[in-house]
Design a protein around this ligand. Structure first.
Ligand code: GCO
Ligand code: MG
Length: 419
C-alpha cells in the first residue's frame, strides 16, 4: 500500500469552502479521504498539501500513519500552525480511512469498537429576540433534539442584528440596551462587526431565563461566549447562568488567557467547554491536567487530525474531561464522520456539535452521517464510510476570496476584539 498521490480538493456545496485531501495508493481503487478544512484560509491549506505533502509522501507505506504523522509535523521544522495542522490532518484522516478500507473495518472498530449506538448531538438556535430563539428551540425539540445551543444575534449579540427586538419579559433580566455606535457605519475608518460586550452579557441571562421559563429543564441547553468578554465578565456570566443549568458554557476565554481558567473554575459550577481554537498541545494540556474544563472541544483538523485527537481523548479520559469535538459548517462531512467515529469509540464522549446536512452536501459526499432523533448515526462501511464525488464537487467551486467581515469584531468605540 504505497502512496502514489496526495491532492487537495476544494468544494463549496453549502457556500462554505471545504478542503478535502485524497490520498491515492498503488492498490487499484484504494484511496483515503480526510478533512483539512480551514475556511478562513482554505487556499493556503491546499497549497501546503499539493506543494509540500504530496512530494514528501509519494512512495511511502500508507499503513504507517503514526510515523507519517510525526514526520509531517516536524518536516517544516516550525510547527503547530493552523494551515499546516489542517494539511496534516487531511492526510492523517485519509490514512485512517485507508487503513479501515484495507482491513474491511469501520474506523470506530480500529479505535476499539463502539461504546454506544450513536452520538448525541446539539443543534443551533439563534434569533433576534428571546421569543425568536424560543421558537427555534421548540422547533428543534419537535424534531427530536435532545440538546440545543442558544445564541441571540450571533456571537456576542451583534448590535445590528439584535437592537430591533430586545424585549425581555423577565424581572431578573432587565432589557439590555445596546450602545449603538456611530462608528458602526460604512464610512468609518474602523469598519467591522460591532457588538456591545456588556449588553451582550446581560442579554444572555435574560435569554436563558426566558427560555427555561417556557420549556422547563428537560432539554439540554448550551451557550457559546466565543471569547467576546473580558475575563471577569466571563466569570460573572458563568455564575449568573448557574440557575439555568447549562450542559456547558463554551469558549468563555481565548486560548491566550489560560491562567484565567483557574479563577473561572474556582468561581462557578457551570460546566466549561473549550478548545475550537486550539492548535498547540500546550494550549490544552494545563486545562485538562488541572481539570479546569469539563469538555474538550478541539477542531480535529486544527490540531492535526485523528492521530492527535484520539490521544487527546485518552488524556482527557484520565482526567474526567469529556469530548465535544467542534462540528460547525466549516468541517466537511468527512470531518464530521471522523468526529463521529471517535465519538462512538471513546468512553468519555460527551456530546457532538453538528450541522444540518443539506442535499448539495449529501450529493457531493455520499455516505454522510445521518442525523436522526437527536443523535448522529454512522454507517458500517469500511473506513469512515464516506466518499466524495469529484465531478459533483467541481459543480460547487470555492467561494470568492473576499475579506471576512465577522472576524473583524469591534466594541462600540471601535476597539478590535477576539471574534
Ligand atoms: C462553534 C463555533 C463556530 C465558529 C466557526 C468559525 O461553536 O460552532 O464557534 O461557529 O465560529 O467555526 O469559522
Ligand atoms: Mg464555538
Amino acid at each position: 500500500m504505497r502512496i502514489t498521490k496526495v491532492k487537495s480538493i476544494l468544494t463549496a456545496p453549502d457556500n462554505i469552502t471545504l478542503v478535502v485531501v485524497k490520498v491515492e495508493t498503488n492498490v487499484a481503487g484504494l484511496y483515503g479521504l480526510g478533512c483539512a478544512t480551514f475556511t478562513q484560509r482554505p487556499t493556503l491549506v491546499a497549497k501546503a498539501v499539493d506543494d509540500y505533502l504530496d512530494p514528501l509522501l509519494q512512495g511511502r507505506n500508507a499503513a504507517n500513519s503514526e510515523d507519517l504523522w510525526q514526520m509531517m509535523r516536524i518536516n517544516s521544522s516550525w510547527r503547530n500552525d493552523p494551515v499546516l495542522n489542517n494539511a496534516i490532518s487531511g492526510v492523517d484522516q485519509a490514512l485512517w480511512d485507508l487503513k479501515g478500507k484495507a482491513a474491511g473495518m469501520p474506523v470506530y472498530d480500529l479505535l476499539g469498537g463502539k461504546c454506544r449506538e450513536a452520538a448525541m448531538v446539539y443543534r443551533h438556535a439563534d434569533g433576534r429576540s428571546p421569543q425568536e430563539v424560543l421558537e427555534n428551540v421548540q422547533r428543534y425539540q419537535a424534531e427530536g433534539a435532545l440538546a440545543v445551543r442558544c445564541q441571540m444575534g450571533g456571537y456576542g449579540g451583534r448590535i445590528k442584528d439584535i437592537t430591533a427586538a430586545n424585549a425581555m419579559p423577565s424581572a431578573a433580566a432587565p432589557q439590555a440596551t445596546h450602545r449603538l455606535s456611530a462608528l458602526d457605519a460604512a464610512e468609518s475608518e474602523f469598519p467591522g462587526a460591532y457588538y456591545d460586550p456588556d449588553a451582550y452579557a446581560r442579554s444572555v441571562v435574560g435569554l436563558f431565563d426566558y427560555v427555561r421559563a417556557h420549556i422547563g429543564f428537560d432539554l439540554f441547553l448550551l451557550h457559546d461566549i466565543h471569547e467576546r468578554l473580558v475575563p471577569m465578565d466571563a466569570i460573572r456570566l458563568a455564575r449568573a447562568l448557574e440557575p439555568y443549568r447549562l450542559f456547558f458554557l463554551e469558549d468563555p476565554l481565548p486560548p491566550d488567557q489560560i491562567e484565567w481558567f483557574r479563577r473561572l473554575r474556582a468561581a462557578t459550577t457551570t460546566p466549561i467547554a473549550m478548545g475550537e481554537l486550539h492548535n498547540h498541545p500546550l494550549e490544552w494540556r494545563p486545562l485538562v491536567v488541572e481539570q479546569l474544563i469539563d469538555f474538550i472541544r478541539a477542531h480535529i483538523s486544527q490540531i492535526g487530525g485523528l492521530t492527535p485527537a484520539r490521544k487527546l481523548a485518552a488524556l482527557c479520559e484520565a482526567f474526567d474531561v469529556r469530548t465535544a469535538w467542534h462540528g460547525p459548517g466549516d468541517v466537511s462531512p468527512i470531518g464530521h464522520a471522523a468526529n463521529l467515529h471517535l465519538d462512538l469509540a471513546c468512553h468519555n464522549f460527551g456530546i457532538q456539535e453538528v450541522i444540518y446536512f443539506g442535499e448539495a452536501l449529501k450529493e457531493v459526499f455520499p455516505g454522510t452521517p445521518e442525523l436522526r432523533g437527536g443523535y448522529l448515526w454512522a454507517n458500517a462501511q469500511p473506513g469512515f464510510g464516506i466518499d466524495i464525488d469529484e465531478a459533483k464537487a467541481a459543480k460547487y467551486p470555492p467561494s470568492a476570496l473576499t475579506p471576512i467581515e465577522w472576524t473583524q469584531a469591534r466594541w462600540p468605540d471601535g476597539t478590535v476584539w477576539t471574534p
